[in-house]
Design a protein around this ligand. Structure first.
Ligand SMILES: NC(=O)c1ccc[n+]([C@@H]2O[C@H](COP(=O)([O-])OP(=O)(O)OC[C@H]3O[C@@H](n4cnc5c(N)ncnc54)[C@H](OP(=O)(O)O)[C@@H]3O)[C@@H](O)[C@H]2O)c1
Length: 356
């Protein structure tokens, strides 16, 4: 495997950190790039660079000759116009620097279901409702979307440099990461821990459609498996792949299971939406008290949680679940039980003293 050299871009995030671990486990030489690459796994070689700074990138990658690029990062901006400018520039800067090295064989890009649902500002406000299950063949929407801009950067560079590519579109990613931008699993773990400590019920924060409808999610480990599968499989080239766990569930069931794990009461959709952002707005001190009482790692409430994102995902006005025809037809058969995804994450957070 050592002739295969991976560069994981965004290596401390929920996608990148779990992917880097899996690559190392499968014997790849693996570099991990981030602005602050605090990579605990010593087998990942850290590359400290800012993708928005081409000179910095060139310096940081001077002695790195990757064969496979896994682009697993984004930066959240105030508008989709700004998202497009910044996030496409990150891809372009990296591929421009690597172009001169002439070593890259494959580039995998992780985007997501906003490809089909529209960017946050459109799928919440403007009501873009795709058919479900969401299929890879569904065309681009007319709304501007930073995922499309990132894809276009990949296509352009692939034409120029001759590498193959794959695009990976997860649903909500469930996995371990601390302090990343969007993490529904850690957010629910912290919320449930606060409910437990204060004797409150876990109140469903989302819509009726999400409460009652079918749903699925993407374990960060199964996303990692698909990324490596596509990079390693000669038929899985120049295609887009949806990726989810392979089971479906209803939040009206899962919410109670999560509450049960934490030993708290739960309440489902009761006619009004009670966003998590509101429920957690005044709980920073409560969390600090919990941290002190149980001797936890000292993370701020809003460093660990991303209620804005959990509210958007659980507040969608339609049920959302995903079809994986493209990779299934090519033989990608991995499956992950979703309740186990949550429980494994919660156990790890407990073991690491992130939650009580
Ligand atoms: N999280 C989800 O639930 C979810 C669901 C569906 C789709 N997606 C999509 O998946 C893709 C990857 O997102 P993610 O959630 O895995 O990201 P993430 O957890 O927020 O991680 C982002 C990573 O990128 C690094 N980074 C950010 N800005 C950088 C810069 N300027 N230069 C270098 N590194 C930078 C961060 O580290 P530093 O801060 O140290 O630089 C971190 O390692 C995105 O397109 C996202 O929209 C995510």
């Amino acid at each position: 495997m050592m002739d295969r050299i991976a560069l994981v871009v965004g290596a401390t995030g929920i996608t990148g950190s779990n992917l880097a671990q899996e690559l190392v486990a499968q014997g790849w030489k693996t570099y991990g790039l981030a602005r602050h690459p605090k990579i605990e796994k010593s087998d990942v070689f850290p590359v400290k660079a800012d993708l928005l700074d081409p000179v910095d990138l060139m310096r940081a990658l001077e002695t790195v000759y990757p064969t496979h690029i896994f682009f697993t990062t984004w930066m959240r901006q105030d508008s989709e116009t700004a998202n497009i400018e910044v996030n496409s520039r990150m891809v372009r800067n990296l591929l421009d620097v690597l172009s001169k090295k002439n070593t890259v064989e494959h580039v995998a890009l992780v985007t997501g279901l906003k490809h089909y649902l529209g960017p946050f500002e459109a799928y919440v406000g403007a009501g873009v409702f795709p058919n479900t299950p969401i299929r890879e063949e569904q065309p681009r929407l007319e709304y501007p979307n930073f995922y499309y801009a990132q894809e276009d950067e990949i296509y352009r560079a692939a034409d120029r440099d001759g590498f193959t590519w794959s695009i990976h579109r997860p649903h909500t990613v469930i996995g371990h990461a601390i302090g990343n931008l969007m993490n529904l699993g850690v957010t629910l773990a912290v919320y449930a821990s606060i409910c437990k400590e204060t004797g409150k019920k876990m109140l469903w924060p989302g819509s009726e459609a999400q409460w009652r409808g079918l749903s699925d999610v993407t374990d960060s480990k199964i996303l990692a498996q698909q990324l490596i599968w596509a990079a390693s499989n000669k038929d899985a080239k120049n295609m887009a792949f949806n990726i989810v766990n392979g089971d479906v569930f209803r939040w009206s069931w899962m919410w109670g299971r999560i509450a049960q794990y934490f030993g708290v009461e739960s309440e489902g959709f009761n006619g009004t939406v009670t966003p998590l952002a509101d429920q957690l707005a005044n709980e920073s001190q409560t969390w600090q008290d919990i941290v002190k009482k149980y001797g936890l790692h000292d993370h701020e409430l809003f460093e660990l949680t991303s209620p804005w994102h959990t509210d958007l995902d659980l507040g969608r006005p339609i049920e959302v679940m995903v079809d994986m025809a493209n990779s299934r037809k090519l033989g990608f058969g991995a499956y992950q039980n979703t309740e186990d995804s949550f429980i494994k994450l919660f156990e790890q957070l407990r073991l690491e003293r992130v939650i009580p």
